[in-house]
Design a protein around this ligand. Structure first.
Ligand code: SF4
Length: 378
């Protein structure tokens, strides 16, 4: 089972909190798609086995004109075998969703939409500099459902300076009532050199309050549980049968190929990432030259990645898997270190799995790094 990720590095507007790789000028779009098709050809042997998932993210893949998207999928189909029933996700923004686009996406084979809504509160959307407003967000879900996209996820951001507890509750209630099957939620983070950082520096926006963020996350866990959603990964909730197969494969160490500038790939032994510069990426591929950096992971780095990703999941960290892949001493060390988290109620053991409790999920990154091993290469 393998996954393909395609990074489309273009957006209509720069959202003030975002530090992903994207450009708001689109004149390079045709050359970019041509370069990606070339990269697909060059990288077609990176993965073994057919594709179980394809994920178009970014950036904003929903702004690609349909003929270009059709051509890209044609290239994917000639370069790779695709499993029957593969999950094929398109990240979209509400302002790109209309009946004609939905119909075309369906015809191409896309069977899952991820809509970047972020908030149903206009005051939030305005300071974020999103390209849509709250009514468009609601309409986009309705239109997607009408077009038959039942596998539907949206993103929401919590803990923003303008989002009260009541407004957060309303956001989550609206999402659930709209009939989504999956929800991804992220705490607002202030990334360096973003518009958000400058707005806070200039006191145009209040600073982010970590206590409010923790409260919003705790409330969210309870509301989603009450609504019947599984909290299957720290930032992700799904109705039974609607987990994201693509993202789950990242968390379970499956192999994936990333196409496009800044995209990452992983083949079990090494990780590589493409140059995060549109012009250099295109120029390189015009000469059949893919520009990327590569890192070979030590045993300890592979184990640390497993600790980090598995603790974020509902299933938790398998001590038997650690013993099998990294040795019994590593399993015993993890268990020894984890005892303090178990004692204070942040984690528990179930069969051979170490699982975080609700209070532990609030501290997941800190708990994971406490269990990390120093690399022998350090
Ligand atoms: S649309 Fe998405 S990728 Fe583009 S700037 Fe906004 S948050 Fe970032």
């Amino acid at each position: 089972m393998a996954g393909l990720y395609i990074h489309i590095p273009f957006c209509r507007k720069a959202c003030h909190y975002c530090n992903f790789h994207f450009s708001t000028t689109h004149h390079q779009l045709p050359a970019m798609l041509a370069a990606m098709e070339k990269e697909l050809e060059l990288q077609k042997t990176y993965l073994s086995g057919p594709l179980a998932t394809i994920y178009l993210g970014g950036g904003t893949p929903s702004l690609i004109p349909i003929p270009m998207l059709e051509s890209l999928f044609q290239k994917i189909k000639t370069a790779f075998q695709i499993e029957a029933g593969a999950e094929i996700t398109l990240e979209t923004n509400p302002d790109d969703i209309n009946p004609a686009a939905l119909l075309a996406w369906k015809a191409i084979g896309i069977n899952r939409l991820s809509i970047g809504i972020q908030s149903f509160v206009d005051a939030d959307l305005q300071w974020m500099n999103r390209a849509h407003h709250a009514q468009q967000a609601l309409d986009s879900i309705r239109l997607a459902k009408q077009a038959g996209f039942d596998n539907l996820t949206i993103d929401l951001i919590y803990g923003t300076p303008t989002l009260s507890d009541e407004a957060w509750k309303q956001n989550v209630d609206i999402a659930i009532a709209a009939g989504i099957t999956h929800l991804s939620c992220y705490a607002l983070t202030v990334e360096p050199k973003t518009g958000l950082e400058k707005m806070i520096e200039k006191k145009q926006l209040a600073a982010v309050d970590p206590e409010k963020q923790a409260r919003h996350f705790s409330l969210l866990m309870q509301w989603m549980e009450d609504a019947g959603f599984e909290h299957y990964e720290i930032s992700n909730f799904a109705l039974p049968g609607h987990r994201s197969k693509h993202n789950s494969s990242y968390w379970s160490g499956k192999h994936y190929l990333g196409i496009g500038p800044s995209a990452h790939s992983f083949n079990g032994q090494s990780r590589q990432w493409n140059i995060a510069n549109n012009s250099l990426y295109i120029q390189g591929l015009e000469k059949n030259n893919l520009l990327f950096e590569l890192e070979t992971l030590t045993q300890e780095q592979q184990l640390n990645e497993y600790i980090m990703t598995s603790l974020r999941t509902m299933e938790g960290l398998s001590l038997n898997r650690v013993a099998d892949l990294w040795g019994h001493d590593k399993r015993d060390q993890i268990l020894f270190e984890a005892n303090k988290f178990i004692a204070r109620g942040d984690a528990f053991l179930e069969a051979d799995f170490l699982i975080l409790t609700k209070s532990g999920r609030l501290l997941a990154d800190g708990i994971a790094s406490d269990l990390f091993f120093l690399s022998n290469d350090n």
